[in-house]
Design a protein around this ligand. Structure first.
Ligand SMILES: [Zn+2]
Length: 195
């Protein structure tokens, strides 16, 4: 099996994880990363310092002072529970090419872009670059709204089943009307309703 190529970033993470809760200055880590990289690829890595700054922007490293960074697992976890930082948002937008991942429209099409949690925070979704996606205002709205309508659809399905069992024709018709409206607009199609 081919192993994934170690990147400069991987090496930096490795170093900081091996030295947790220590203030680490520019010199030693760049030296170490250069040495490892040279061993692996027979050439010098490009700008490891930049990769360290980027890890700080992504919330992985704490900046202690100029040129000194620190890694704390608890801080990373805490960071992931908070919202995206402006730097993370910028990186997610850049990765997605400044386009809504759902419809492909961008600012040049006159839409407003949002950075959304793929797995929502209330379900334990983290604020990481991987869990972020670019959505236009419309698709962000649809995503949030459709989530709210799921509860309603499930409720009307249960109510319909109950009305059927009780032979309550009026209540049945009411539920059918509502559930047919869901079908008509293809809302929450993943929740199946059987007549
Ligand atoms: Zn869109």
């Amino acid at each position: 099996m081919r192993q994934k190529k170690k990147t400069i970033k991987d090496l930096i993470i490795e170093y900081f994880k091996a030295h947790p809760k220590k203030d680490i200055a520019h010199g030693p880590i760049v030296d170490w990363v250069e040495e490892q990289y040279l061993k692996l690829y027979k050439r010098k890595p490009r700008d490891p310092w930049r990769a360290i700054r980027k890890l700080h922007e992504e919330g992985f490293l704490i900046k202690v002072s100029k040129g000194i960074y620190r890694y704390e697992a608890e801080a990373v976890e805490q960071r992931e529970l908070e919202d995206f930082t402006p730097e993370q948002k910028a990186q997610i937008l850049e990765r997605d090419g400044y386009k809504c991942v759902s419809c492909g429209r961008g600012r040049e099409d006159g839409v407003e872009l949002h950075v959304d949690h793929i797995k929502p925070k209330y379900l334990g979704g983290k604020s990481t670059i991987e869990n972020g996606q670019t959505l236009c205002a419309q698709h962000n709205f649809i995503k949030k709204t459709l989530r709210q309508t799921e509860t309603g659809k499930k409720m009307f399905i249960r109510l319909y089943e109950l009305a059927k069992k009780e032979g309550n024709e009026e209540l049945k018709r009411f539920c059918v009307d509502i559930l047919e409206t869901y079908e008509k607009y293809d809302i929450n199609g993943h929740i199946r309703w059987r007549r």
